[in-house]
Design a protein around this ligand. Structure first.
Ligand SMILES: *Cc1c(COP(=O)(O)O)cnc(C)c1O
Ligand SMILES: [Zn+2]
Length: 407
């Protein structure tokens, strides 16, 4: 029988293989964190240390799944001056496919592979996802490792170079014409009818894996907790996982003070930040899909977990804000030149957000702030490259060239 799900909003539960409650809101797994203590954390690799809070243990052998989670949290005093608060960087770009999406892919596919989502006459025999970037790559890679057939639905206008990055793992790719938000919802329904598990960005099993980002952050600070966690948000799947982790740790008594959650969007496409600013109860999709932005990975005009993110921000005393492309470029440049860390534009968004929050006095200069840099910059050329380049240096003139550099 599939794992039990529960609605954060109306508390209804179900063991049907669904991602949405009958009320329309996203479901997540019904877990029982009571009794969890930090001493229950094992020495298994990566995120499997938190088996006590996961729906499934590490597969044996662990294969690629053993490389999910366990990313470093770096204290970066060099960035404090820029941000105006004490910065700790969670480096999610260290994952095999370069983003936190691997956490959700590893846990979801381990659970599916172990048969936890099978119904008596309906075993799941393939997986899929809807994505134009990091999640498609992550799902294709982990499906290859688990030996599960995988179908990836991408928007028809996806750039060729991004398609090539996904294609190397040989999933079946379908370029689909039509509205992206609708494709997200329809794939869940149509997949279920064909026993294909669509592990889209905010489905219960993906959220169960992605909550481990926050478990790792909190464990690093235990027995205290950071004052705040700042992260980029698009669909709201990762944010939902982070909120769920904090709720579980609080219920277990493993943290006393719940960190405030600050979610940052790109100004070109910020439906959740708009709802937060206007005090709305629910998020309205952006008509026409929003504008161009360098942070394309987080430009979701119709976020499936938007309402859940609004709730997470309000209940933890946090906020949802937006930053523009110039602010994002500046933060990306700062991360590279001060911390030596390459991140994609979407992952520079939370540092830019932390700076705005500190300027507004929302973050204090002695607050411990965990900034989640969600993905590596190695997949894209940095939009902020400013290094001095001298062309066509004659090898016979190397000595003279280096002597002028030394001055
Ligand atoms: C997917 C992604 C996000 C947004 O995560 P959501 O769960 O969709 O809100 C942020 N940054 C990067 C690098 C991503 O790949
Ligand atoms: Zn509900």
């Amino acid at each position: 029988m599939p794992l039990q799900r529960v609605c954060y909003d109306c508390d209804r539960t179900t063991t049907e293989r669904r991602a949405r409650c009958t009320c329309g809101e996203p479901l997540w797994l019904d877990t029982d964190p009571e009794g969890f203590e930090w001493s229950d954390v094992t020495d298994a690799p990566g995120l499997w240390r938190y088996e006590a809070l996961l729906p499934v243990g590490m597969p044996t052998p662990g294969r690629l799944a053993a490389a999910a989670g366990g990313t470093p949290l770096l204290r970066e005093p060099e960035l404090d001056g820029f941000a105006g608060t004490k910065i700790h960087l969670k480096v999610e770009g260290q994952h095999p496919t370069g983003s936190f999406k691997d956490r959700g892919s590893a846990v979801a596919l381990a659970a599916i592979d172990a048969g936890l989502e099978d119904e008596s006459d309906h075993a799941i025999d393939a997986v899929g996802t809807v994505s134009h970037g990091n999640m498609a790559m992550s799902m294709a890679a982990y499906a290859a490792s688990f030996g599960l057939p995988c179908v990836v639905l991408v928007p028809d206008d996806i750039p060729e170079e991004r398609l090539g990055v996904i294609a190397q793992f040989e999933p079946e790719i379908r370029r689909v014409r039509g509205d992206y938000g609708r494709l997200y919802r329809d794939s869940l329904e149509a997949g279920a009818a064909h026993d294909i598990a669509f592990v889209n960005s905010d489905v219960p099993l993906r959220v169960a894996g992605q909550k481990t980002t926050a478990l790792e952050i909190c464990e690093a600070f235990a027995p205290t907790a950071p004052d705040a966690i700042v992260m980029p948000v698009s669909s709201g799947g990762h944010a939902s996982g982070v909120w769920k982790a904090l709720r579980e740790l609080e219920a277990a008594g493993a943290i006393d003070d719940v960190p405030r959650l600050y979610f940052v969007q790109t100004a070109a496409c910020a439906p959740i930040a708009e709802a937060f600013a206007t005090g709305a109860e629910t998020v309205s999709p952006i008509e026409g899909g929003g504008g161009e932005t360098i942070a394309y990975s987080i430009a979701n005009a119709d976020p499936p977990s938007g309402n859940r993110v609004l709730r997470a921000a309000r209940e933890t005393d946090g906020a949802v804000i937006a930053v523009d492309d110039d602010e994002i470029r500046e933060a990306q440049h700062e991360l590279a030149t001060e911390a030596g860390l390459t991140v994609e534009a979407s992952s520079a968004v939370p540092l830019a957000g932390a700076q705005l929050l500190a300027e507004a006095g929302t973050l204090a200069n002695d607050d411990d702030v965990a900034v989640i840099t969600t993905g590596t910059g190695l997949k894209e050329a940095a939009g902020s490259a400013t290094a001095e380049v001298v062309d066509s240096v004659d090898i016979d003139r190397l000595d003279a060239e280096l002597s002028s550099f030394a001055e």
